[in-house]
Design a protein around this ligand. Sequence first.
Ligand code: ADP
Ligand code: MG
Length: 576
Amino acid sequence: MNNNTATVYHRIFQYSRPYLGRIFTALAASLLVAGTDVSLAKLVQPLIDKIIVAQNMALVHVVPVIVVGLALVKGTCRFVQEYFIKTAGQLTVQDIRNDLYGHSMSLSMGYFSRNSTGNLMSRILNDVGILQRSAADVLVDGVRESFTLIGLMALAFYNDWKLASIAFVVLPLAVVPGSFIGRKIKVNTRRGQETIGNLTRLLQETLSGIKVIKAFGTEQRETESFRQENLRFYHFIRKVLKYDSAAAPAVEILSSFGIAAVFWYGIHRVLSGAMTQGELFSFIAAIFMMYTPVKRLTRVSNNIQRAVGAAERVFEVLDVVPEICDAPQAVPLGRVRGEVAFDGVGFAYEKELVIRELSLKIAPGEVGALVGPSGGGKSTVVGLLSRFYDPQHGTICIDDQDIRQVTLDSLKRNIALVDQETFLFNDSIRNNIRYGRPEATDAEVEEAARLAYADAFIRELPKGYDNHIGDRGLRLSGGQRQRLCIARAILRDAPILLLDEATSALDTESEAMVQKALANLMKNRTTIVVAHRLSTVMHADKIVVLEDGRVREVGRHAELLKGDGLYRRLYEMQFK
Ligand SMILES: Nc1ncnc2c1ncn2[C@@H]1O[C@H](COP(=O)(O)OP(=O)(O)O)[C@@H](O)[C@H]1O
Ligand SMILES: [Mg+2]
């Protein structure tokens, strides 16, 4: 067992601690289950010697009573054991899954852009699932069968230690193939789970991109790559199955040597009078009854390996330290006036700086506009202010507070963001608008929708505000979705409003309307607006032209037009 595996056990144990009560109840019950099995093997001896060989008719009636009685005890205890241990396993794994989900939510945007969501989904669903199934198996069978095995071995040694030594001389030999098989199973489970991660990613990607696939007619190609990935999974799982299937036969073959020796030596001893028939049969019954526990235990040890493989993948995610989190002495940020200042900010997603030496100040209540060619860094600036990422150089302050020194929670309360990705939850329109302020009343929701020019089209829907986004037949246009997102931001009522191409999907007419609405909205707050259409930004207090992550020009519309820079060229391209 390497250190890593030991750590995995330890961590799983930590998770199971709250359920130790259930586990101990189950352990006590398994002791009784094992006890009944051992008693059964033990009782073979008096059955043969005292009843059959001695031809004692009076005791014959006792036999069925004992058999049924033992079965009753065993049955009851098995129920108690399985029920408590399985629920303990489920509860433990449920806690792990909750932690994993909670932790995933706290990971930074950087993690999500480096890792596919499919992979993460697969860990939360499939790997935890494996853990769940294996944990139940391991705990139920592992504990009970070990007790039974120990009891039966003790009985065998108690009956005849010489015979027992012969029988178990092969036992140590079984350890070698056992550990080899276990290792193989662990490695291949891990690899198999990685391909399951790829499968989930593929599924998630292709199902959400189904329109593109249909448009390009690439169904065949996608089916083929799914088939390939599925086959890769089979490739690994086949090995797991192979080693898993080999485990029991290997043990069986090895133990046949022991059994052969027992028969040979045992019969000798009975014939020479050193042992009664009953003693031999009781001994052999014990050995045969060991078959089941031994076979189950090899499966258990394989299941443990499988669970460790899956658990490693789970803990890997749990061990990712969120890059963006509250500083140790973070203070809550009250409701801000809304002064935003970037000072010498430099930022790279990977190696190359995409924001360089960016300094920029927007006074409370002002509208700042970011314009420039795509890839210039506009969305990155918005993301930095929202603290999706932290800059490598310089500082970003709101009301003279470095945003890295305030709590994330309070920072987010001061910001409302609308971006190009008009993401809506599969919930009612009302709840989607209310998302950023769950306590808002229906009247407030509708007021926000009105301001975003969304109220009219929502009322025309069959169920109005109660329509679900995922409802069949509900087809919202890009512009309508954007207006819902804007309504959501309006209701949030934060002092800083970030609009990243928030009106790009609107037609000219509705854009003009939404512009008016936004103009109302911008009155008492600081707004940073990113837009391609310069008509949207003409009235901004400060227009910042970004190119290659650098500020090229800053000024008002009229000033920038007078110059002969990038802004003027962009303007001429759009209006001539
Ligand atoms: N998640 C990311 N990981 C790596 N590079 C990124 C990421 N997002 C954007 N970039 C890169 O950063 C640069 C600026 O992008 P962006 O801020 O989206 O520009 P804009 O919004 O002005 O079009 C581009 O070169 C883009 O390729
Ligand atoms: Mg952008």
